[in-house]
Design a binder for this molecule. Structure first.
Ligand code: GLN
Length: 550
C-alpha cells in the first residue's frame, strides 16, 4: 500500500503532551491492523540530545541501534511496542551537518545552497527514510516545539510540501493545542488556538484535526466554535482532557472517534476491530487501590522528573503486573551528602540509583548504596548506579574510601571503574559512548538468571566507563557475583551480591526495554524484593487495600 503520513504540530504552548498524543495515535492505527512508525523532528541545532543537560532536555532515550534520542521516542516505543531506529529522530543539527558536508564535497555543483529547497529537501529525504527502513504503512511525524518558533519554519515548510509530494489522500495534519482556563469567569478560551491555526495557515498548512488539550472538560459549543473559526470539521475537533494516566490517552482519543476519522481521510478501511482489553485492564489496575511500595530514587536531576522518564515507567509497568502501587520518593543525592533527605532513604522499601554523569552528588549515591547493603534493603543500580555499588563495596573491603571511578577521581589508587580501552583516545563528546544493544551472557544460579530465565539477553547501553577486571577476585571474595558478562568474557554487565535480598546493578539501561504489557524481568525481580521488604508481597495482602508505608 502507498505510505500514508500523519503530521503532528503543536500550538499555543509546549509540554501539552504532543509526544504522548503521537504515540497514542500510532496505537489507534495499529489497533485497526496497520503497521506504524513514529518520527520526531526536533528543531534545535544540537545534532542529538546526547550532549544536552537533562535539566534542559529530560531523559536521553537510547534506541537499539545506539541513537541517542528525545524522550518522546520512549513514548512511541512503549505505546506501540515497536523498535525505532536512528532515522526516527531528526534535528536541525543533523540536517545542516549533512547539507554542509555535501556542499564541501562539491555535490551541489556550484549551486547556491538555500533553506528552500536544500534544507527542506534534506528534511523530506529523512522523512522518506522511515518507510524505507521500517515496515510502516503509516508514518506519524511529530514536530517538536510550537508553531511560531523561528527554528521550526523549515520543518513546517517541508511538511507543507509533503502534501503536494504524496497527495492529500495520503497525508493528514493534526494540530495539538491548549485551551487556557480563566479562573475568574471559569471558562476555557479558544482564542490562542485560533491564532495558532492562523499562524499555521499563513505557512500554508491547514489542519485536518485539532486536538484541544485542557485541564477542564470541553463542551460541544466550544468544539463548534473551534470548528467554525479554524475551518475544521466538527467531528475532527477532539477534546483531550488532562489525565494522570498516560495509558488512558489512546482510549480517550479513540472514544472521541479520531481513529475512524483518520482512516476515512486516508482512504483506508480498518482491517480489524480495535481490541482495547489490555489497555482497559492497565487503566483499571492503575485506578485500583493497591498496597504501597515506596521506592527511593536517588538521583541528581530530580527537580526535573522527566530526566528519569523510562525508569518511572518501568517501575509502573512492574507495579501493575504485581498488583502494588509504587510511590517514588525523589531523593537528591547532593542533599544526602549534607545529611539531609535521609528520611526518604530510611523509609524506602527499595532504592534505585539511576544513570548519570559528572561528579556532583556522587558521594551521596555511594552513601545510599552503603545504606542499602548494610541494612539489606533492595537496591537496583542502573549504569552509574551499578558502578557506584561496586565502588562502595570496594571501599568497604579495602577500608579505603579513596577507591573510585576514574570519572570522578582520575588519580584514585583504586580505579575499580575505569575508562573502557576503546574510549581512551576519543576527544569528541557527542555520540562516542558505548551505545545501543549489546549481548550479555547470564551466569547460572544468580538472581539475574532467575529473573530473565534465559541464557543470553541483549540490552541497551550508554556509558564510557566500565568495571575494571583487575578487581574481579577481590570483589568476588566479598560476595559479589558477576551474573552478566559480555560473550567474550571481557565486560561485566551485571553485578549482584549473594548475601543480600536484592542488591544488583546493570551496566546497561534495562528501563528502555520495559513495556506496559511486558515489564522488564529485572524491574520485576527488584520490585518483588521491595514488596517483600514492605510486607505486601503475599497475594492475600494484594486483595485487600492494606497500605504499608513503613
Ligand atoms: N557516567 C557513567 C559512564 O559514562 C555512567 C553513565 C550512565 O549512567 N549512563 O560510564
Amino acid at each position: 500500500m502507498t505510505t500514508k503520513y500523519v503530521f503532528l504540530t503543536g500550538g499555543v504552548v509546549s509540554s501539552v503532551g504532543k509526544g504522548v498524543t503521537a504515540a497514542a495515535m500510532g496505537r489507534i492505527l495499529q489497533e485497526r491492523g496497520f503497521s506504524v512508525s513514529v518520527q520526531k523532528l526536533d528543531p534545535y541545532i544540537n545534532v542529538d540530545p546526547g550532549t544536552m543537560s537533562p535539566y534542559q532536555h529530560g531523559e536521553v532515550y537510547v534506541l537499539a541501534d545506539g541513537a541517542e534520542t528525545d524522550l518522546d521516542l520512549g513514548h512511541y516505543e512503549r505505546f506501540n511496542d515497536i523498535d525505532l531506529n536512528q532515522v526516527c529522530n531528526v534535528t536541525t543539527g543533523q540536517v545542516y551537518a549533512e547539507v554542509i558536508a555535501k556542499e564541501r564535497r562539491g555535490d551541489y555543483l556550484g549551486g547556491t545552497i538555500q533553506v528552500i529547497p536544500h534544507i527542506t529537501n534534506e528534511i523530506k529525504r529523512r522523512i522518506g527514510l522511515v518507510p524505507k527502513t521500517t515496515n510502516a504503512e503509516i508514518v506519524l511525524v511529530e514536530i517538536g516545539g510550537t508553531v511560531g518558533d523561528i527554528e521550526s519554519l523549515p520543518f513546517l515548510e517541508a511538511l507543507r510540501q509533503m502534501r503536494t509530494d504524496v497527495g492529500r489522500e495520503n497525508s493528514v495534519y493534526i494540530h495539538v493545542t491548549w485551551l487556557p482556563h480563566i479562573g475568574a469567569t471559569n471558562e476555557l478560551k479558544t482564542k490562542p488556538t485560533q491564532h495558532s491555526v492562523r499562524e499555521l495557515r499563513s505557512i500554508g498548512i491547514s489542519p485536518d484535526v485539532i486536538i484541544a488539550r485542557s485541564d477542564h472538560p470541553v463542551d460541544d459549543s466550544l468544539r463548534e466554535k473551534i470548528a467554525l473559526f479554524c475551518d475544521v470539521e466538527l467531528r475532527a475537533v477532539v477534546p483531550m482532557n488532562t489525565t494522570p494516566i498516560l495509558y488512558e490517552v489512546p482510549l480517550l482519543l479513540d472514544k472521541a472517534g479520531v481513529g475512524e476519522f483518520l482512516l476515512e481521510r486516508l482512504g483506508l478501511t480498518p482491517r480489524r476491530k480495535p481490541d482495547w482489553t489490555d489497555w482497559e485492564r492497565l487503566v483499571r489496575e492503575v485506578q485500583r487501590k493497591k498496597p504501597v511500595v515506596r521506592i527511593g530514587l536517588v538521583g541528581k536531576y530530580i527537580e526535573l522528573q522527566d530526566a528519569y522518564m523510562s525508569v518511572r515507567e518501568a517501575l509502573l509497568h512492574s507495579a501493575l503486573a504485581q498488583g502494588v502501587e509504587v510511590i517514588i520518593d525523589w531523593v537528591h543525592s547532593a542533599e544526602l551528602e549534607k545529611g539531609r533527605g535521609w528520611e526518604a532513604v530510611r523509609g524506602a522499601d527499595g532504592i534505585i540509583v539511576p544513570g548519570g554523569f559528572g561528579g556532583r552528588g556522587i558521594e551521596g549515591k555511594i552513601q545510599a548504596a552503603r545504606y542499602a547493603r548494610e541494612n539489606k534493603i533492595p537496591y537496583f543500580g542502573l549504569c552509574l548506579g551499578m558502578q557506584l555499588m561496586v565502588v562502595e563495596l570496594t571501599r568497604s573491603i579495602l577500608g579505603n574510601e579513596e577507591a573510585n571511578s576514574t570519572e570522578f577521581d582520575r588519580g584514585t589508587p583504586h580505579p575499580v571503574i575505569d575508562l573502557m580501552p576503546d574510549q581512551r583516545d576519543i576527544a569528541d563528546m557527542g555520540g562516542t559512548m558505548r551505545l545501543g544493544l549489546y549481548p550479555c551472557v547470564l551466569q547460572p544460579d544468580t538472581i539475574a538468571k532467575r529473573a530473565y530465565q534465559v541464557d543470553e539477553v541483549k540490552e541497551r547501553h550508554r556509558h564510557r566507563f566500565e568495571f575494571n577486571n583487575s578487581y574481579r577476585e577481590l570483589l568476588q571474595s566479598a560476595g559479589m557475583r558477576f551474573s552478566g558478562i559480555s560473550p567474550d568474557g571481557r565486560l561485566i554487565e551485571i553485578a549482584e551480591l549473594s548475601d543480600h535480598p536484592f542488591m544488583l546493578g546493570t551496566q546497561f539501561h534495562p528501563e528502555f526495554l520495559s513495556r506496559p504489557n511486558r515489564p522488564h524481568p529485572l524491574f520485576m525481580a527488584f520490585l518483588e524484593a521491595a514488596a517483600r521488604q514492605a510486607g505486601v508481597l503475599k497475594p492475600i495482602a494484594m486483595e485487600t487495600s492494606q497500605v504499608n508505608s513503613s
